[in-house]
Design a protein around this ligand. Sequence first.
Ligand code: SF4
Length: 193
Amino acid sequence: MQKTPQANRLYELLQRLGRLIRQAEYETGLNPAQWEALCYLARCNKVSNTPSALTAYMGTTKGTISQTLNALERKALIYKQKQSQDPRKVSLHLTKTGRTFIKEHQSKENYSKPLALYTKQQQALIEDAIETILKAQLTKRQGATFGMCKSCAHFCPNHDRTNQNTPHFCQLLNVPLSDKDKEEICAEHLETL
Ligand code: SF4
């Protein structure tokens, strides 16, 4: 299919924005891969905080992820913990310093100010359009979507209304979910059709 001038313009805008975002990421003192890995660990749920899920999310190699994680560990931003079910596997966690580091640097990047010019519906449309472009790229590369739990086909909202802490449920993993869990991203996320 031939690209329209609008599609070309959109590509150009995303490319420039991507470059500016990467420049800002270097200003954190981390390289973009380290920054992205840290942001992922701050957003993912408890079944997705593993080196293999992070490798799939970033679409890179195990070796690169291992170097990235070692660098973040040296900077005391994350720590690794052996999994109780299988001590050969590790889960990844942000340290207190890591959480503060993310908060401080994310608050410097004020993307909400320009977006405030739009209504909530318009903002949802912008999010939808960018997500559609991203999903098309992921499909091309056979990458997982890592969508938000609440939009997953396995997500069962208000499964147990009597339980205020974990009213929702995951039909795939058979685990109850809280309101916080439903906002997190997941390696097992399945698009609803
Ligand atoms: S409902 Fe989907 S996204 Fe949520 S925990 Fe289960 S598999 Fe992951």
